[in-house]
Write a protein of this length. Structure first.
Length: 605
């Protein structure tokens, strides 16, 4: 047994044991969550930790429910403002005390009289610039105006020297309106002023921090922020829709038509009526429009041996399928999505894409080009194998290249032989992860499970890399890069779940599988089945969680999956994850689920 694993299990055993120190020592009292000085915007907080087995616990003089082994998870009510929670653990006439201060942040409503506007509440809060309003749709020229103030009043606003327009009270004291900028309107740092006439007949006014400008014309925004890896898809660089949803992940040198600014973000026009937001600091701006591309037909890569695969099956073939799309050196924006049995490459800013011809490969069941909208072209590859095994797209010279990994050659007798797997023990170093009831953070609970699972997989012939071997910090991107650099089949990140503030923890327990791409669904199913079969005491959990937007599920160059083994906020789950037997069973379930996945692949399932 590795030394670190022994030390962690010894620490867990010590925490499960009788009170620390001598028989006369005060009983243990651990408050794992919340930390002192915590602030929440909810009427309850999860209060969790442990006391010495057999000890009584009171919070503010009220008896609290504690399990016989000392674990407690409480859904504790809060009053507005500062709540001073005094916890007292009592055993054998001795006691221990902890005080935790939790602030429930509640904005007190303004009185109806006198009329007032809450300072700092007026929006827009950031500058708004419309560089090409004449070609924007009404939705792209729209922004929200509003404020918090005395309820029951009459409110209005003005943009620049325009006429007064009404604001609607959508709930007591909250006034809002959507303003659509007329395309012919010319503004230069125009203020947005609001006014409120209260029930006392008095009128108060305020000005939004944001200013509104038009003109200057479109510009070219070029991606310069470092884009690491082939299919990492970092959230920090993502282009989002106007309401903040991820839309596409840029690659180095990708160019956009910039048509405005919203606070710290630039608004770029991907196609008529379709705008996205990009952080201004990750691009460079030059005046004028980017050059247009005339894409050529998609063709299979001409590198030797690629595109000349044997029929699929247990034998497979080692080469990737590479589809090359000539763009003449213009780096148009694109988005890559995987659906059921297909890959969609959506190209923005292209008015025409020739139909693919000659894409002949056993991995491809067909290919087609469609146009979802003006200046949007989509190349769809239909896959003959249910398992994609990894994909990515990027620029190479003058072309855009879409790469699809083939199913590996698997030996039915030893399906794990030679397979490369990256196991990621979640968190580490300064990144503690969730708080455990017994005081051990999540980072120390995932490591022994990952190390033991790696031993079990290596015994079956797999090559297993751990993103960390000890308690150290490893960046999220670095974890995905390790999987790319080792050309791993799988990236499996192991975690223990914890609920956010505002969620009642009672009854929430068991495993959950998070993944972004459909190619991870089969592996997720096998791992879930193994955990439910081998550890029914965890509870069934919420199961599969497709469509996740997580740093360790977005990488697409291999099957990527984040496994929440159990809940740190459930006493029963905590007992499993801390005990030597429970950790062994968790590791065996992880290894068994992965082995079952590969075994199923040898049978074409």
């Amino acid at each position: 047994m590795p030394p670190l694993r022994r030390s962690l299990l010894a620490a867990a055993a010590l925490l499960f044991s009788a009170p620390l120190g001598t028989a006369a020592a005060a009983p243990r009292l651990i408050v794992a969550y919340p930390p002192d000085g915590h602030r929440v915007a909810h009427d309850h907080v999860i209060l969790e930790g442990s006391v010495s087995p057999g000890a009584r616990l009171t919070v503010g003089g009220r008896a609290a429910e504690v399990a016989p082994d000392g674990l407690y998870t409480l859904w504790w009510p809060l009053s507005p403002g500062v709540n001073t929670l005094r916890l007292v653990s009592t055993l054998g006439g001795l006691s221990s005390t902890r005080t935790v201060r939790v602030t429930r942040t509640v904005a007190a409503p303004l009185p109806a009289r006198p009329a007032a506007i809450r300072p700092g509440s007026v929006i827009p809060a950031g500058r708004l610039e419309f560089w090409d309003a004449a070609h924007d749709s009404p939705a792209e020229r729209q922004f929200e105006v509003g404020f918090e103030g005395s309820p029951g009043g009459r409110a209005s606003f003005r943009v620049g020297g325009g006429s007064a327009l009404p604001l609607r009270e959508i709930r007591p004291g909250t006034y809002r309106a959507a303003f659509i900028l007329p395309p012919e309107r010319v503004l230069e740092q125009a203020p947005v002023a609001v006014s409120l006439t209260g029930q006392d007949g008095k009128t108060v006014t305020a000005t939004a921090p944001g200013r509104v400008s038009t003109g200057t014309g479109p510009a070219t925004a070029t991606q310069t922020g470092a884009v690491r890896g082939l299919g990492i898809n970092e959230a920090e660089l993502a282009l989002t829709t106007l309401d903040g949803q991820p839309l596409l992940y840029p690659r180095e040198g990708m160019t956009f038509v910039a048509v405005g600014r919203q606070g710290d973000d630039l608004r770029v026009r991907l196609a008529p009526g379709l705008s996205a937001l990009v952080t201004a600091k990750q691009v460079t701006l030059t005046r004028g429009l980017p050059p247009g591309a005339q894409p050529g037909p998609a063709v299979l890569d001409s590198e030797p041996g690629l595109g000349e695969a044997a029929p699929l099956g247990a034998t497979g073939t080692s080469g990737d399928v590479r589809v090359r799309l000539p763009l003449g050196g213009v780096r148009l924006p694109f988005a890559l999505e995987q659906g059921a049995g297909r890959l969609d490459l959506t190209l923005y800013g292209a008015s025409f894409l020739p139909a693919p011809d000659g894409l002949r490969d056993p991995l491809l069941a067909g290919a087609e080009v469609t146009s979802p909208g003006p200046n949007i072209q989509r190349l769809t590859l239909r896959l003959s194998a249910a398992q994609g095994w990894g994909f990515h797209a990027g620029y190479e010279g003058d072309d855009l290249v879409l790469t699809v990994r083939r199913p590996p050659a698997l030996d039915p007798a030893r399906p794990l032989a030679g397979r490369v797997i990256v196991l990621d023990p979640g968190h580490g170093g300064s990144n503690l992860g969730g708080a455990g009831l017994l005081g051990l953070p999540e980072k120390l609970l995932t490591l022994p499970v990952a190390r033991r699972a790696a031993e079990l997989l290596r015994a079956q012939g797999a090559v297993v890399h751990l993103t960390r071997e000890r308690d150290e910090f490893v960046g999220l991107t670095e974890r995905g890069l390790l999987a790319e650099e080792t050309r791993a089949d799988l990236l499996v990140s192991l975690h223990h779940n914890a609920l956010p503030d505002g969620r009642d923890p009672r009854g929430i327990r068991g495993p959950e599988m998070y993944y972004t791409w459909p190619q991870a669904e089969a592996l997720a199913g096998h791992l879930l089945n193994a955990l439910r079969t081998r550890l029914p005491e965890l509870g069934p959990g919420a199961g599969l969680k497709p469509g996740a937007n997580l740093a360790l599920t977005r990488p697409s160059t291999q099957i990527s999956l984040l496994v929440e083994l159990a809940y740190l906020t459930d006493a029963g789950n905590v007992r499993v994850m801390h005990s030597p037997d429970g950790q062994e069973k968790l590791a065996q379930a992880v290894a068994a689920g992965i082995a079952q996945f590969y075994a199923a692949q040898t049978q074409g399932r």
